[in-house]
Design a protein around this ligand. Structure first.
Ligand code: HEC
Length: 143
């Protein structure tokens, strides 16, 4: 029993080591953006984090409608124009574009669910947004 657990632990640490790269180098794909676009994109990112924070605060107060509006306007499909998405997309690898698109869809789906007023389901839908943040950050970098 103990031996099997040790084997499992070893397998997990090999997996983590492989992900980080043997010498600890960064295995994420570097995406090259023109400098201004990079600044703009990182600004969008910081606003995404702030939006998530505001969404959680609204959910905690039972203001599910408000949480939905924040998600739709700041991360959802309605935010694409403000984020210059059409200009950014050509610089992104296809996989990155797909994750970004999925994040915008997930935010718009969250808005619909939140407006239905069910907190546990809303939290589930919120985690579908953060899943995309995590997926993209695990795979790509700009610096
Ligand atoms: C399609 C890809 C993608 C998605 C989706 C995405 N990000 Fe990012 N984000 C990035 C990349 C690339 C960076 C730069 C990371 C690096 O170079 O180390 C970044 C950086 C950030 C930063 C750091 C900003 C700075 O000033 O350096 C924050 C905060 C952030 N993201 C928040 C989020 C949040 C919150 C979400 C989800 C709501 C999200 N991101 C979704 C790609 C993405």
């Amino acid at each position: 029993m103990k031996k099997r657990m040790l084997g499992g632990l070893l397998a997990v640490s090999f997996f983590l080591a492989a992900q980080a790269g043997a010498a600890g180098e960064d295995a994420r794909v570097k995406v090259e953006f023109p400098a201004m676009m990079k600044t703009h994109m990182l600004g969008n990112m910081r606003d995404h984090l702030r939006a998530l924070h505001e969404i959680q605060a609204a959910l905690a107060k039972g203001e599910l409608d408000k949480a939905g509006d924040i998600a739709e306007t700041r991360i959802g499909m309605s935010s694409l124009l403000a984020h210059n998405a059409a200009h950014m997309a050509p610089y992104m690898p296809e996989g990155m574009q797909a994750i970004g698109t999925e994040m915008h869809h997930a935010a718009s789906r969250f808005a619909v669910v939140a407006k239905e007023g069910d907190l546990p389901r809303s939290l589930g839908a919120l985690s579908k947004i953060t899943e995309q943040c995590i997926a993209c950050h695990a795979a790509y970098r700009v610096n």
